[in-house]
Design a protein around this ligand. Structure first.
Ligand code: SAH
Length: 204
């Protein structure tokens, strides 16, 4: 997976490659799909949701530039796979999930794997997590119709967020950097994520 899907497609960050090689992705997919866990596509994880394709996880993580001291907000815990990748690289990860079933499943697995730097929250992550603000990094693993100002406000100066923005069926993956009082936006390409349902997301 690391060699053919990530390195070959231009993922170069050594820490991201190492972590993607280390975290056992098969533990995060339903048992009947374990043999496909390292394949080059997303997989269903229950509740109508999906675990992202390995390349997309790597691309988003690389674009997030997570450093050891970082406090990260993840919107959309899902299986907890992206959460584990972030927790390996960051100081603390706050992860918000709308489905309490998915959140408790991920929490059980990640605690079992020994992660102690993850805080799990059930709620509408499109509003961010005002009680824990500010964050050095914010990542959304579901799509948004536009970039919520409220999320930008929860980023530190020099903070970075990575999120898919667009319509229901197709989005652009954006890296947004806060530079003082202005914002720099980089388009990382076309993508197709499940929707984030919430106040700043989709209505259903
Ligand atoms: N990163 C996950 C993939 C998550 S798919 C993984 O590695 O498995 C997107 C997730 O966002 C789904 O689990 C969905 O339930 C959740 N979601 C949808 N709307 C949300 C919202 N408003 N706030 C938080 N999570 C939301």
């Amino acid at each position: 997976m690391v060699k053919h899907q990530l390195r070959a497609r231009g993922i170069a960050d050594k820490d991201v490659l190492a972590v993607m090689g280390r975290v056992a992705r098969h533990l995060f997919v339903p048992s009947p799909l374990r043999e496909e866990a390292y394949a080059d596509h997303p997989l269903p994880i229950g509740e109508g949701q999906t675990i992202s394709q390995p390349y997309i996880v790597a691309l988003m993580t690389e674009a997030l530039f997570v450093t050891g001291g970082a406090k990260v907000l993840e919107i959309g815990t899902g299986s907890g796979y992206q959460t584990a990748i972030l927790a390996e690289l960051a100081n603390t990860v706050f992860t918000v999930e709308r489905s309490s079933a998915l959140s408790s499943g991920a929490q059980r697995l990640l605690r079992h794997l020994g992660y102690e730097n993850i805080q799990f929250v059930v709620g509408d992550g499109t509003l961010g997590l005002p009680a824990e603000t500010p964050f050095d990094r914010i990542i959304a693993t579901g799509s948004l119709p536009c970039l919520p100002q409220g999320l930008l406000d929860q980023l530190t100066v020099d903070g970075i967020c990575v999120l898919p923005v667009g319509d229901r069926s197709l989005q652009r993956l954006l890296q947004v950097k806060k530079v003082g009082s202005s914002v720099e936006q980089h388009d990382l390409g076309a993508c197709c994520f499940v929707p984030l349902i919430g106040k700043e997301g989709w209505s259903s």
